[in-house]
Design a protein around this ligand. Structure first.
Ligand code: SR1
Ligand code: MG
Length: 389
């Protein structure tokens, strides 16, 4: 699509006045810095003697691509809406939102610069602490509450309609769930992977399994998702001696298959595990998939007796969770593959002294997760795959 810019693009020098205009700051001095990091948007942090705020604005294009890849800034509407929806279910797991400026596609929110991006912590050799348990419980709370188990049928239909997000879903359908398996100008990879990238494009078994995942993503309206739950969408740290986990950037949110959120987290956690092994680092990587799955399953089962529709019986819960499990593995594999031979790569691998061998291991792990997801019975099977190399 073509997007004509008709709104005010904020620069660092504008932010102090902007925050005053919006009533978020008084006349005191503010120091502003740009901290844009993700692929899509710009983020500024403003700090003053008594104030810390973040302003996130959507540009009319994909930030890292520039005007050659136009993208409607209304994705910021989707993000503001998603924050409001998630706040109703898990308010302590997301940043505090102070206001949304729909005319300028800008969100003002809590400054989280005392916390750190989980990916950065892991890349530096840090540990997860309790993050995976938080993430699993977060996905369970959000997905149960916004599923047909947590909401009356008519309310659910309204949620599905309100959360439709065609442009951002199409990005995922393309960059995650098809482009890496075809010739596409977005794709790129380390030269040591030329053979594997070509083999993946010519692999009919892989192609059909990815098509199955893609169709599940397009049609499986199970619950409201974060939609981009990788380790760069999670901040971690301590506040007043207590561990803090904040999930942010829900602009890809829509009502989709629950396994997509778990799978993105797992895919990124598994790549981080491959990085750590390559660097000879010990750590708590190997158990993260199990911890997040156990937390998810425990919370989902805890909520099950509160379901609004008791035609769904306990045996159905077992079947449903098995399906979420195998979907999650497939989406984890697709996330790994697209992060190595697709458009958007991971610093976990690109910052290694030689990214080739670890990327190859991760790619093969990704393929195995996609193709064998129906046979992998539990976290120990995935751990065995990871350890096999
Ligand atoms: C063009 S956007 C590529 C990726 O960046 C976002 O963070 C999502 O992960 C998307 O797939
Ligand atoms: Mg993001």
């Amino acid at each position: 699509m073509t997007t004509t810019q008709t709104y005010r693009i904020l620069e660092a020098d504008d932010i102090a006045a902007y925050l005053r205009e919006r009533g978020h700051a008084d006349g005191g001095d503010l120091t502003v810095r740009e901290v844009s990091d993700g692929n899509m948007n710009r983020v500024f942090i403003a700090t003053g003697p008594t104030l810390g705020l973040a302003v996130k604005q959507a540009l009319p294009w994909v930030r890292v691509a520039g005007p050659s890849w136009p993208m409607s800034p209304s994705r910021a509407d989707a993000e503001a809406r998603a924050y409001a929806q998630v706040a109703a279910v898990a308010p302590d797991t997301i940043p505090a939102i102070l206001g949304y400026d729909a005319a300028n596609y800008a969100l003002t929110m809590e400054d989280m610069s005392d916390l750190r991006v989980l990916r950065t912590v892991l890349n530096e050799g840090g540990s997860y602490g309790d993050t995976s348990r938080h993430v699993g419980a977060f996905v369970a709370a959000l997905s149960f509450a916004t599923s047909d188990f947590g909401m009356p049928s008519a309310d659910r239909k309204a949620l599905i309609a309100a959360s439709v997000s065609p442009e951002l879903c199409k990005i995922t359908e393309d960059v995650v769930l098809s482009e890496p398996y075809i010739e596409h100008e977005h794709n790129h990879w380390h030269p040591a992977l030329n053979d594997l990238a070509a083999a993946f494009r010519a692999d009919p078994v892989l192609r059909t399994e990815v098509a199955d995942l893609r169709h599940t993503f397009m049609t499986g309206a199970q619950a409201l998702l974060h939609g981009d739950l990788h380790t760069g969408s999670i901040m971690v740290g301590d506040r007043e001696g207590a561990p803090v986990v904040r999930v942010f950037d829900p602009e890809f949110s829509f009502v989709g298959p629950i396994g997509f959120d778990l799978g993105l987290y797992w895919g990124n956690a598994l790549v981080s595990a491959v990085r750590a092994r390559t660097l000879g680092l010990d750590g708590d990587h190997a158990e993260q998939l199990a911890l997040s799955w156990q937390a998810f399953e425990t919370e989902f089962r805890r909520l099950w007796p509160t379901r609004v529709d008791t035609f769904f019986d306990d045996a159905y819960l077992d079947r449903f969770l098995r399906r979420v499990w195998s979907d999650s593995l497939g989406f984890a594999g697709a996330e790994i593959v697209r992060r190595i031979i697709g458009f958007a790569h991971l610093t976990d691998l690109t910052t290694l002294p030689d990214p080739g061998p670890a990327s190859r291991e991760a790619l093969l792990l990704g393929r195995a997760l996609i193709v064998n997801r129906a046979e992998l019975a539990g976290p120990e099977d995935v751990r065995a795959l990871l350890e096999k190399k």
